[in-house]
Design a protein. Sequence first.
Length: 178
Amino acid sequence: MPEYIDLHLHLLPDVDDGPRSDEESIELARLIQASGVTELAVTPHFNAWNPSLLATLEEVEDHVEHLRGTLEPAGVHLTIHPGAEHFLTPELIALVKAGHAPTLGPGPYILVEMPFDNRPLYVDELLYELALANLTPVLAHPERYVWVQGDPDAVEPLVARGVVLQLTAGSMSGHYGG
């Protein structure tokens, strides 16, 4: 069976839209492992302005350590890296500059999400700021954005600037429609 890496996964127990318990995380992790994934980045939503979400890099790392400590005794062997799914806002740049924004593992990639209904005017400026900070933006699930669905070529200028696109497997298999 081929080995896969998953870069966008909500697996932390009782964090945003991830599983609600350790047991649910273990069960989901078993399914992930059975599908051939060997390495992954957990990516809880991370927005400093939303207090119901994880607010610091340390909180993300603590939750990842808890998850690792839960999976190993259950016989689930996955390499797990901390990460986050950042809403692309001007506040993100301040977090990046202060070293408080989780990247995908220890590397130079940062998972960002945009509004589903429209392309914000500030996108180009923020992507430029991320590049100045030596980070490569990974755009989360662009196929789910209405503005991309209406014009799939809308992502071409982003890709030309070095933005990486992360597609959701369910979208590729038709789970979310055509």
